[in-house]
Design a protein around this ligand. Structure first.
Ligand code: HEM
Length: 399
C-alpha cells in the first residue's frame, strides 16, 4: 500500500501505490505526504493515471506557472466534463483574467475593511455566551456558526435554505476526488442543493450585497449574465467550508498549544498571524490538480509530458522541511509568507482577505474575552476528498 518503486515507463517519476483518496490517507495525511515528498520531486499514481508533486518547490512553481499548468480541464483528479459553464477556478487566460477582474474589483480592500464592524459585532454576539459555559463545540458553535452568520448576508443570500450552501460545497470539494464513497455520499443531497444555490445567483435573486455588485461589474465589463452567475456561485461555493475548516483548525491549534494562546492573549492583534499559521499548518484545502500544456521538466530528469494531469499536494508543501523550519510546529511568530494554503499566483484565493477578516474577528474577540481555551474531548475529523478539517471539536472557553 505504501510502496514506492522506480519505473522505466514514467521516466524520472517514482511510482507510488498510495491512494490519496483513501480513508487512511485522508484521516491522517501527514505521514503519507512525507512518504511522497521523500520519494522524489515527481510521483506517478498508477491508480489514477496521474502525476503528483508533494514538495514545496514543485508545488509553488506549478501554481505560479499558469501557462504551463492549466486549470481549464479541471482541478480535481478527473477531467472536467466538456460543456460546463465557465468557472473562475477552472479556467485559463484570457478568460480567467476577465473573470478575476470582477472578483478583484468587488472584493477590494476598502470594501473588506468596511465589513469589519459588522463582522466583529457578530463575533462578539456568538462568543460572549460561550465564555465560561462549559464544553462547547468549536465547529458547530463557532467555526460553522460564524461564517454562516456573516458570509451569506455579505453576498445577499436569502435567509431560508442556507443549509444548502454547505451541501453544495461538500459536493464540489468531494467531486475533485474520484468516484469513492465520499463523493457518492455528497451526491445524495448535493445536486438539489446546487440547484438551489444556482437559483440564488440570478440577477435580483440576492439582496443588496456582493452578489448584486458582481452582476453590475460583470455587466459593465460586457460579460454575459451566465458568466456573472458563475462568478456569484464562485464565491458561494468555495467561501464557506474552507473558512469553517480554517477557523476550526486555528481553534484546535490554539487549544493544544497554550504557549501560542498566551502570545495571542497578550496581543490580540496577532489574531491574523494565528490564523495564517493555522492555514499553513492545517491546510484546509489539501490538493488541487493541473494539466501540463507542454512537456515540462519539474526537476532535473523529471518531466511531465504534455496533456498529463498532476495532483499538487498543497498541505504537504506547507509542511515540507526543505522549505520550513520545524514545519510541524504551530508558531504564530513564524514568517508564513509563501505558504500555499490559499494557493499562489494567478489562481490564488480571491476570498482570502475575507477569510482573514473573519478569523481576525473570531480569534481577536476570543483573545480579549477568554483566559484560556482547551480541548474538552476528542475532535472528530470530517473526511472530504480535498478539504481537511473537523466535524466536531469539543473545547472549553474559560472566562
Ligand atoms: C481559490 C483556499 C476562503 C473564494 C482558492 C485556492 C485555494 C483556496 C488553495 C487556489 C485554487 C487553485 O489554485 O486552483 C482557501 C482557504 C480559505 C478560502 C484555505 C479559507 C480559509 C475563500 C473565501 C472565498 C474564496 C472566503 C470567497 C469569498 C475562492 C475563489 C477561488 C479560490 C473564487 C478561485 C480563484 C481563481 O481561480 O482565480 N482558495 N479559500 N475562498 N477561493 Fe479560496
Amino acid at each position: 500500500m505504501t510502496s514506492t518503486t522506480m519505473t522505466e515507463d514514467r521516466p524520472g517519476a517514482v511510482t507510488s501505490q498510495l491512494d490519496p483518496y483513501s480513508d487512511a490517507f485522508l484521516s491522517e495525511p501527514f505521514s503519507h505526504e512525507q512518504t511522497l515528498r521523500d520519494a522524489g520531486p515527481l510521483i506517478w499514481l498508477p491508480q489514477y493515471g496521474a502525476y503528483a508533486m508533494a514538495r514545496y518547490d514543485q508545488v509553488h512553481h506549478a501554481l505560479n506557472d499558469t501557462d504551463t499548468f492549466s486549470s481549464g480541464k479541471g482541478v480535481g483528479i478527473e477531467t472536467r466534463p466538456e460543456g460546463e459553464p465557465p468557472n473562475i477556478l477552472m479556467s485559463d487566460d484570457p478568460l480567467h483574467s476577465a473573470l478575476r477582474r470582477v472578483h478583484n474589483k468587488v472584493l477590494n480592500p476598502a470594501y473588506i475593511r468596511g465589513l469589519r464592524a459588522t463582522f466583529r459585532e457578530s463575533a462578539e454576539g456568538l462568543i460572549d455566551p460561550l465564555v465560561g459555559a462549559g464544553p462547547v463545540d468549536g465547529i458547530g458553535d463557532l467555526a460553522v456558526a460564524f461564517p454562516l452568520s456573516v458570509f451569506p448576508d455579505m453576498v445577499g443570500v436569502r435567509k431560508d435554505g442556507r443549509e444548502n450552501l454547505l451541501k453544495a460545497a461538500s459536493l464540489t470539494f468531494n467531486s475533485f476526488g474520484p468516484q469513492n464513497r465520499l463523493r457518492q455520499a455528497a451526491q445524495q443531497e448535493g445536486p438539489q442543493a446546487m440547484g438551489w444555490l444556482w437559483e440564488q445567483t440570478a440577477p435580483g435573486a440576492t439582496a443588496d450585497g456582493v452578489g448584486q455588485h458582481i452582476h453590475e461589474v460583470a455587466a459593465d465589463q460586457g460579460l454575459h449574465e451566465m458568466i456573472a452567475r458563475g462568478l456569484v456561485a464562485g464565491l458561494l461555493i468555495p467561501g464557506l467550508d474552507t473558512t469553517m475548516h480554517g477557523l476550526g483548525l486555528a481553534l484546535y491549534y490554539l487549544a493544544t498549544n497554550p504557549d501560542q494562546w498566551q502570545l495571542l492573549k497578550a496581543d490580540p492583534s496577532r489574531a491574523r498571524a494565528a490564523f495564517e499559521e493555522a492555514v499553513r499548518l492545517g491546510s484546509p484545502v489539501q490538493t488541487f490538480a493541473r494539466v501540463a500544456t507542454r512537456d515540462v521538466e519539474v526537476a532535473p530528469g523529471s518531466t511531465i509530458p504534455e496533456g498529463e494531469r498532476v495532483l499538487l499536494f498543497l498541505g504537504s508543501a506547507n509542511r515540507d522541511p526543505r522549505r520550513w523550519d520545524a514545519p510541524e510546529a504551530y508558531d504564530i511568530s513564524r514568517v508564513t509568507s509563501g505558504h500555499v494554503g490559499f494557493g499562489s499566483g494567478g489562481h490564488s484565493c480571491s476570498g482570502q482577505n475575507i477569510a482573514r477578516m473573519e478569523a481576525e474577528c473570531i480569534l481577536g474577540v476570543l483573545a480579549e474575552r477568554a483566559s484560556s481555551i482547551s480541548l474538552a474531548g476528542e475532535p472528530v475529523y470530517e473526511l472530504n476528498n480535498s478539504l481537511r478539517g473537523f466535524r466536531s471539536l469539543p473545547i472549553r472557553i474559560d472566562a
